[in-house]
Write a protein that binds this ligand. Structure first.
Ligand SMILES: NC(=O)c1ccc[n+]([C@@H]2O[C@H](COP(=O)([O-])OP(=O)(O)OC[C@H]3O[C@@H](n4cnc5c(N)ncnc54)[C@H](O)[C@@H]3O)[C@@H](O)[C@H]2O)c1
Length: 450
């Protein structure tokens, strides 16, 4: 049963009538990934502004998905007919040409079905030749973020994918993720794709086949979901957590057919112990997910030095030390992936979380700085920034703060651990080599932060 009782109530026949009469929001039921279901189950519309370079590569990906691309968009007039609206805006080189966005989306937006997808493909503004081009490309972000806010009540999402010149062939894993139900709680994001070292998986449902992955904090919560999802997509998973969580950790590792290592990542011997373990058992690691994290909330005036130190050490400094061990010893395999779990608190700040927000903002700095280093090694570093996720941590929040956290997003609900896990699995894919140095929020377009 959903942990969100209000959502269940508002979607029941009786409760729905009551909440409607009271003018209360109805949190939509989000479609999530189910094995065997087609990735795109209704026709999609594809449009382009003149002079774009992304329409053909997008069409090619859609062909591979067996998606039906509606050729006569003028005939679309019903509600809920289309699974996705895709638009290549890369050719827009002047603000007066932004009107092509309006012209494509205005007649079609009502035809988007629930849990539908809007994807705008564009160029990074800084790559544009000239001021006019950069202005127009940057303007697109305001459009996409607003569309996301307007369609969220329907469970639908909108994203902007900025593709650098030469990276047209690197879009497939990202398009598959964003079009699918796996991205249910990712909304209003700007994702940048560059050319990178990629490998196309033999089976898109199991892109991590033959890869080894490690997840810290895997005994429960979001880490458990990450370990499960990576295993489900074919990875051999090493589950890591503190010795006191050993029982839960073994249970998770056994269930997913992985292995476990009890390790306090803050310990002075932790980097060497991890390196020894990986070298001895696996030889190398392909995907390392820094998920372990703690909170010790108090306003700054009341915060003890111990609370500051503990949070910074678990959430940030230990990650830096583990990365040094992985990279210094060459333990991260070719095409390796480092993925860190940040937080929207690290983007926007949050009252009572000076220690936590500092640590989570530091993670963003870390992946930004690591990205060019890893690119040289044909690897990537990225972060996910969850918003309100339904876990033991958020279940323990005071009821008013919990309700506010749940409702103040475009999708009017909290996310599930699997939503964070699916986002990490996309970044972990060998086909995602063009996604590097990104910070992707998994927050249902939460109203706090950017
Ligand atoms: N739950 C949310 O809404 C939310 C939102 C934003 C970000 N996050 C982040 O997601 C991550 C997971 O959060 P969660 O809600 O699943 O938390 P959780 O407390 O349920 O799980 C965290 C896990 O990390 C482990 N851990 C803690 N210290 C460790 C250490 N020193 N060494 C090894 N393992 C250690 C814990 O034992 C636990 O199993 C954290 O980084 C958290 O900051 C969570």
């Amino acid at each position: 049963m959903s942990p969100d009782r209000y959502q269940s109530l508002a979607n029941s026949a009786f409760g729905g009538a009551v909440t409607k009469r009271l003018g209360l929001p109805k949190p939509p039921l989000l479609e999530r990934h189910e094995p065997g279901k087609p990735l795109v189950s209704a026709p999609v519309a594809l449009g382009a502004a003149r002079g774009g370079r992304l329409e053909e590569p997008v069409r090619e990906v859609l062909r591979g998905l067996d998606a039906h691309v509606e050729t006569d968009v003028g005939s679309v007039d019903g509600r809920g007919e289309l699974a996705a609206l895709l638009f290549d805006a890369s050719g827009i080189d002047d603000s007066v040409r932004l009107r092509s966005l309006y012209e494509f989306f205005h007649p079609l937006i009502r035809a988007l079905r629930p849990s539908g997808r809007v994807l705008v493909l564009a160029a990074p503004p800084e790559d544009s030749a000239g001021v006019r081009g950069a202005t127009a490309q940057r303007a697109i972000e305001g459009f996409v973020r607003t569309v996301a806010k307007e369609i969220g009540r329907n469970g639908s999402t909108a994203q902007l994918v900025q593709v650098t010149s030469g990276a047209e062939g690197a879009m497939e894993s990202t398009l598959r993720f964003l079009l699918s139900a796996r991205s249910a709680y990712v909304d209003g994001q700007v994702i940048r794709i560059e050319s990178g070292h990629l490998a196309t998986p033999a089976d898109w449902d199991r892109p991590l086949e033959g890869r080894t992955a490690a997840v810290t904090g895997a005994a429960r919560g979001i880490g458990e979901a990450i370990a499960e999802t990576l295993a489900d997509q074919g990875a051999e998973v090493l589950c890591i957590d503190v010795p006191t969580a050993g029982e839960g950790l073994s249970e998770v590792a056994n269930r997913i057919g992985g292995t476990s290592l009890t390790l306090d990542i803050t310990g002075s011997g932790a980097p060497a112990a991890l390196a020894d373990h990986i070298r001895g058992r696996h030889g190398r690691i392909d995907v390392f997910v820094h998920n372990a994290g703690i909170t010790r909330d108090k306003t700054l005036a009341r915060m003890s030095p111990e609370a500051w130190d503990a949070v910074l050490d678990v959430n940030l400094s230990s990650q830096e030390r583990l990365n040094d061990a992985l990279l210094g010893d060459g333990l991260l395999g070719e095409g390796g992936r480092i993925i860190s779990v940040s937080s929207v608190s690290g983007i926007a700040g949050n009252r009572g979380q000076a220690n936590y927000a500092t640590s989570k903002a530091g993670i963003i700095g870390m992946v930004n700085a690591l990205a060019p280093v890893l690119r040289e090694r044909r690897a990537t570093a990225n972060a996910v920034a969850p918003g309100f996720i339904e876990t033991a941590m958020t279940a323990a929040m005071p009821v008013t703060a919990r309700e506010a956290g749940r409702r103040t997003s475009s999708l009017v609900q909290g996310g599930l651990p699997v939503d964070v896990a699916e986002t990490i699995a996309w970044l972990a894919s060998p086909a995602s080599g063009g996604v590097n140095g990104n910070v992707v929020r998994v927050c249902g377009q939460a109203l706090i932060g950017a």
